[in-house]
Design a binder for this molecule. Structure first.
Ligand SMILES: Cc1cc2nc3c(=O)[nH]c(=O)nc-3n(C[C@H](O)[C@H](O)[C@H](O)COP(=O)(O)OP(=O)(O)OC[C@H]3O[C@@H](n4cnc5c(N)ncnc54)[C@H](O)[C@@H]3O)c2cc1C
Length: 404
């Protein structure tokens, strides 16, 4: 089995890592303490440099100005970008835009491509994805209250959504709404493109999460759709295809997330090792690293990261070869494994940093607040474990009945 990375990717990753260390990670202080217009100016400056280096939008289609990397290649890129919360934004491949680009590329009409896809890939506008509802279980999204009813040439959308990430400042939302209530449960909903300046698109608030409501891109919006009227031409794909398209979006999206989480884990790990090596804990200058419990945490973290990384790269390789449907067992396994690996390593790193780990003087506490959601969004741990366990038992039952 060949684990080598191509010369092309070695070159790209070398450029990305150098740029991240020199230009992007230094912006974190401003992000942790400011989040104002100065930060936005610095991000825009970095984005322009990324365009000049011809590394903009690594996973997006070449014909729209992206690099067109395969899922496996983009996974490696995503790991490097994940080392800071600003990495994906600076390189034009942040969620939820990255996933929205993928489904627009696959399903948009020519008119929708021109209006929504091209400026999204170019980074001229932002988008959001509006599916989860406060009063319905997101883990079972066929239970959905939001409706889109035809009236003349339009759809009229009514419903309440929340956790519409990055809605603050987005130019359009991809909204899941029930268009065909008489159809089977998985054929009832459709995806509809809704410009956020449409009357009836009402952003109620940025939901405060772990003490922070945030602003702009790093937010989770609560949205009321109140007789929100858009032309039927804004339907993405065909009516009733909402869940099928959402499923397409989730497979590769989980690779993006998992590799980003591995970037978080690896930076937290490096910080843990550096702190352990540097922090004296005795008067004669012995460092924290001299203690066996710390050595065990380092060893466990290193092994967990390596295992999770190989699983994720293998899942990306499977999707590139056979598609997300055939790779669903691998995708389910990485979703909960990598989320927990990242949170374990992050927690150990905070513990090694002591009180400093809880302050906003390092990036660790930011991640602790913002990344706990990894075990909930894109399928909670329990949902993935149940489906993987059930399929595994049934595969085993079939295999044993054949051999009897
Ligand atoms: C940071 C973050 C960003 C998000 N961004 C978006 C976004 O951009 N757009 C969007 O539409 N949504 C978004 N979401 C919402 C996310 O998709 C939902 O939170 C998720 O689908 C879970 O739904 P729920 O919160 O309604 O939990 P519920 O469905 O109510 O589930 C609650 C808990 O019950 C347990 N559970 C559920 N089902 C089962 C089961 N079958 N077996 C065993 N246990 C079970 C799990 O532990 C689960 O965590 C985001 C969420 C977070 C945290």
């Amino acid at each position: 089995m060949d684990f080598a990375i191509s010369d092309k990717m070695e070159t790209i990753l070398g450029m990305v890592n150098a740029f991240m260390n020199d230009e992007v990670i230094p912006l974190e202080g401003e992000m942790l303490h400011g989040e104002g217009p100065e930060l936005q100016r610095m991000i825009t400056e970095c984005q322009n440099k990324v365009r000049q280096m011809e590394l903009w939008a690594p996973n997006h289609p070449v014909e729209y100005g992206g690099l067109g990397l395969s899922l496996l290649e983009h996974g490696l890129m995503s790991e490097a970008l994940g080392r800071t919360p600003l990495g994906h934004l600076v390189f034009g491949t942040q969620a939820p835009d990255a996933g929205n680009v993928e489904i627009l590329h696959a399903h948009a009409t020519d008119q929708q491509r021109e209006r929504f896809l091209a400026p999204l890939v170019a980074g001229e506008i932002r988008s959001c994805f509006s599916m989860t509802e406060p009063n319905m279980p997101g883990s079972n999204p066929v239970m959905m209250e939001t409706t889109a009813v035809k009236d003349g040439d339009d759809y009229v959308i009514n419903g309440q959504k929340w956790f519409t990430s990055a809605a603050d400042g987005a130019d359009f939302a991809i909204v899941m709404a029930v268009t065909n209530p008489e159809a089977g449960p998985y054929q009832q909903a459709s995806m509809i493109l809704v410009p956020t300046n449409t009357p009836g698109f009402n952003r109620v608030r940025n939901v405060s999460m772990m003490g922070h409501a945030g602003s702009g891109y790093a937010t989770h919006g609560e949205i009321m759709y109140q007789s929100c009227r858009v032309p039927q031409d804004n339907l993405l794909g065909h009516e009733g295809a909402g869940f099928a398209i959402a499923q397409e979006r989730l497979g590769p999206g989980r690779i993006h997330h998992c590799m980003r989480w591995l970037g978080i884990a690896s930076r937290s790990f490096d910080m843990m090792c550096d702190r352990a090596n540097e922090r004296p804990i005795t008067a004669d200058g012995q460092a924290l690293a001299s203690r066996q419990v710390i050595q065990h945490w380092v060893a466990e973290s290193r092994a967990q990261i390596q295992g999770a990384r190989l699983m994720t790269l293998h899942a990306a390789w499977m999707i590139d070869r056979v598609g997300a449907k055939e790779a669903r067992d691998e995708i389910a396994a990485i979703k909960f494994t990598v989320a927990n690996t990242m949170l374990d390593v992050l927690d150990r790193s905070i513990q090694v940093h002591g009180a400093l780990g809880l302050t906003d003087d390092t990036i660790l506490s930011y991640w602790y607040r913002h990344e706990r959601g990894a075990r909930i969004y894109d399928g909670a741990d329990e949902v993935h474990k149940t489906s993987l366990g059930r399929r595994t038992l049934s595969q085993r039952a079939k295999a044993t009945s054949r051999s009897e």
